[in-house]
Design a binder for this molecule. Structure first.
Ligand code: PLP
Length: 328
């Protein structure tokens, strides 16, 4: 049950849950279903839309005119905040940081950056070592001095409020699989952690018996574990303070993280190409590509009569920031 919070609808109802027959057959393992959160109509789609329904719902309820958020230069969260603000008539301010050591034209002047400009967002670039939170608060103070009402969305939209968006997604997955039996596992990219935490809170609340596998794309499993555990507990507390988080439910694996966040790996390249060639679906190089590499590397965990749900969290505009990898 989703708590009664201000929410603005930015999705068009439940996203499809699609069977991927050619990928499943190729891998020779479980039946793979893909939750198509990349397919939403707003701003080229992606997981952040679900979180923004709650953040921007709260912003509108508070009478905000300005929204500030932050992310890496190629942040999908920033792109979708810009698109959602455009749709809602809010002014969007993005504080972007070169979190990935890439300075070619594709990375610094293509992909999500083009879409932010099209949506009319006001973009400020800060240095890699800048404190994004402090930068957002300083901008907020300046805007409020001009009489504006500001709402700050945290990096990645990842707090308990934003995670409620993925409680909704967990409900959708369980409802969509109800007639054929619950999946053995759900696999998702785990970055700032809100998607992972929201799914886990939602699945836990519904008594899901399978596992939720978080493929680390931002930091190592050790750091990710504590972050997701905290965020899941905070999200569960919003849903029902009496539902405990079962021991061992937070699962983070960093085997496909590679050298660091946003740095391509060979396994990501292969996974992304495989899904494009067998299913005509484009993953992204930073998040869903590495999560799919994790699923492929671990496919032997499940048998042919089991079902695994892969959450496609979007992000394909970032493909245009990494052209040299895919053009060879
Ligand atoms: C395409 C995509 N997938 C997955 C994630 C990870 O989601 P979260 O930050 O909630 O862990 C992000 C985060 O930016 C993303 O842009």
């Amino acid at each position: 049950m989703i708590p009664n919070r201000p929410r603005v609808r930015l999705t068009n109802g439940p996203t499809p849950l699609e069977h991927l027959p050619r990928l499943s057959a190729h891998l020779g393992g479980p039946r793979i279903l893909m939750k198509r959160d990349d397919s939403q109509s707003l701003g080229l789609g992606g997981n952040k839309i679900r979180k923004l329904e709650f953040h921007l719902g709260a912003a509108l309820a508070a009478g905000a005119t300005e929204v500030i958020t932050t992310g890496a230069l190629q942040s999908n969260h920033a792109r979708l905040t810009a698109a959602a603000c455009a749709k809602l008539g809010l002014n969007c301010h993005l504080i972007l940081k070169p979190a990935v050591p890439r300075d070619n034209v594709a990375y610094t002047a293509n992909g999500n950056l083009v879409l932010n400009a099209l949506a009319g967002a006001q973009v400020t670039w800060v240095e890699a070592k800048a404190d994004s939170l402090a930068e957002m608060h300083a901008l907020s103070t300046r805007l409020e001095a001009q009489g504006r009402k500001v709402w700050i969305v945290p990096m990645g939209g990842s707090d308990a409020l934003g995670s409620l968006g993925y409680v909704v997604a967990a409900d959708e997955i369980l409802d969509q699989t109800a007639s054929e039996g619950s999946p053995s596992a759900v696999v998702v990219a785990s970055g700032s952690g809100g998607t992972h935490a929201g799914l886990l809170a939602g699945l836990t609340q519904r008594g899901f018996a399978g596992s939720l596998e978080g493929a680390c794309v931002y930091e190592t499993a050790q750091g990710q574990l504590g972050k997701v555990q905290r965020l899941t507990a905070e999200t569960l507390a919003l849903l029902d303070p009496d539902t405990p988080l079962p021991a061992g439910a937070v699962r983070c694996c960093d085997s496909q993280l590679g050298p660091a966040y946003g740095i391509p790996t060979q396994a990501m390249h292969e996974a992304l190409s495989l899904v494009a060639r067998l299913e005509g679906i484009y993953l992204d190089p930073v998040y869903s590509g590495k999560a799919m590499a994790w699923l492929i590397a671990n496919i032997a965990k499940w048998s042919r009569d089991e079902t695994v749900v892969f959450v496609h969290t979007g992000g394909s505009p970032a493909l245009f920031a990494y052209p040299e990898i895919f053009l060879g």
